[in-house]
Design a protein around this ligand. Structure first.
Ligand code: GLY
Length: 344
C-alpha cells in the first residue's frame, strides 16, 4: 500500500509549450489518469512481462487501455522491438487521439518513447518510471531510442513526454543491483548542484535529482553543449561496460567513472584532494563499487573512451572544477593513464 502521508513533490520541466510536470512520491502511479493529456481517448500501455505494478496502475485508469509487452534486456532494445511494438499499436487501432504510457525502467521508457515519437508521426507519451535509474534520469528529458549492432542508442529521437510519474513505492521491488544502478546516477547529481543528497529522504532525493535534470534539459534540450554535464562519470563508465562485456551494469560503472573523473580533475589542477575524497565518500555512502577492475587494461579502456560518441575533440571528459562540472577537451593521455591507475 502506498504511504498516503508521505509527501508528493512536483517538478516542472520548462520547455515552453512542451513543458511538463514530473510527480514524485509514494503511490503516484495511481494518479496516472489525472496526468494524461486532456481528451485522451485510449491508452497504449507499454511494459515488460511480469511488471509487478501493472495491475494496480490499470485499476486506477478509467479510459480504455491496450497493453503491449516488450522483451526485457539490452539485447532486445532494437529496431525489431520498435517494429513489433508499433505493429501491435496498429492492430489495436491506436491513433493520434490516444496516448502511449511507458510503465517500467529506462529500457521501457526509451522504447515506448521512440515508438510514440514515430508511430503516426508522433503521439503523446506519459512515463511511469518504476526504477530509480529511470526516475532520476532516463524518463526525464525526452531522449528516446534503441541500439544498433554498431552501438548503443544510435537511433532515436528527442521526444518530450507530456508528464512523468516517479512512484517511489515501486522502488520497493528493485533488486540490489537495480538499486545500485540508480544510485550511480544519483551520485553524479552531488556535483551537478545537488549538494548533500545523501542527507535527504528518498522522495526529496529523487525530486532534487529531477529538479537538477529539469533545469539542465530546459537550458539545452538537444545537447548542443551544457546537457553533456549529465554524462558526468560516463566516459569511463561506457568504456568499462564495453571492455568488461557488461560485467558491471551502467550505474555501477558510473560510480567508478565518477572517482576516475575526480582523480583526473585533480591531476589537471581543477580540484583539490578534499574534493577527490568527497567523491570517494559519496560513492562509499551509497555502497557502490569504487575501484576499477585491474583486469581492464589501459589500452582497451583508452580505445573504448576514444570511440565514445561524446568525444568530439580528441579525448573529451566531463570534469569538476572551480566553475563546477563542465566539458574539458584535449586531455593529455599521460594524465588519463595516471588517473586510471589511481582508480585501481
Ligand atoms: N542521460 C543523459 C541525458 O538525458 O542527457
Amino acid at each position: 500500500m502506498p504511504n498516503t502521508t508521505a509527501p508528493v513533490r512536483e517538478v516542472n520541466v520548462d520547455l515552453g509549450d512542451r513543458s511538463y510536470d514530473v510527480r514524485v512520491g509514494d503511490g503516484t502511479r495511481l494518479q496516472l489518469g489525472s496526468m494524461l493529456p486532456a481528451g485522451t481517448r485510449r491508452v497504449a500501455l507499454v511494459t515488460e512481462a511480469d511488471q509487478p505494478w501493472l495491475d494496480s496502475t490499470l485499476a486506477a485508469l478509467d479510459v480504455a487501455v491496450s497493453v503491449h509487452t516488450i522483451d526485457g534486456g539490452e539485447a532486445h532494445k532494437n529496431l525489431a522491438a520498435i517494429e513489433a511494438l508499433t505493429s501491435s499499436f496498429a492492430r489495436a487501432g491506436i491513433n493520434r487521439a490516444d496516448c502511449v504510457v511507458g510503465l517500467g525502467g529506462g529500457l521501457v521508457t526509451d522504447v515506448a518513447g521512440f515508438a510514440a515519437a514515430s508511430y503516426h508521426r508522433g503521439l503523446p507519451v506519459v512515463h511511469v518510471a518504476t526504477t530509480l535509474l529511470a526516475q532520476v534520469d532516463a524518463a526525464i528529458g525526452g531522449k528516446t531510442g534503441v541500439n544498433l549492432p554498431e552501438g548503443k542508442n544510435l537511433v532515436g529521437a528527442f521526444w518530450q513526454p507530456s508528464a512523468v510519474i516517479c512512484d517511489t513505492e515501486t522502488l520497493d521491488t528493485l533488486s540490489p543491483r537495480e538499486w545500485r544502478c540508480g544510485m550511480g546516477e544519483v551520485a553524479k547529481y552531488h556535483w551537478l548542484g545537488g549538494g548533500r543528497l545523501d542527507d535527504l529522504s528518498l522522495v526529496d532525493r529523487v525530486a532534487r535529482c529531477v529538479e537538477i535534470k529539469a533545469e539542465v534539459v530546459a537550458s539545452d534540450e538537444r545537447e548542443g553543449g551544457r546537457r553533456a554535464i549529465l554524462n558526468y562519470g560516463h566516459t569511463l563508465a561506457h568504456a568499462i561496460e564495453t571492455v568488461s562485456d557488461h560485467a558491471l551494469a551502467h550505474g555501477e560503472a558510473v560510480a567508478v567513472g565518477l572517482i576516475f573523473a575526480a582523480e583526473l580533475a585533480q591531476r589537471l589542477g581543477r580540484i583539490d584532494a578534499a574534493a577527490v575524497a568527497e567523491h570517494r565518500r559519496v560513492i562509499a555512502s551509497y555502497e557502490l563499487v569504487d575501484r576499477l577492475d585491474p583486469s581492464l587494461g589501459d589500452d582497451d579502456l583508452l580505445a573504448a573512451m576514444g570511440r565514445d560518441k561524446k568525444a568530439l575533440d580528441g579525448l573529451t571528459f566531463v570534469l569538476d572544477g572551480p566553475d563546477g562540472v563542465e566539458l574539458v577537451t584535449d586531455v593529455p593521455v599521460g594524465l588519463i593513464v595516471e588517473a586510471l591507475h589511481a582508480t585501481r
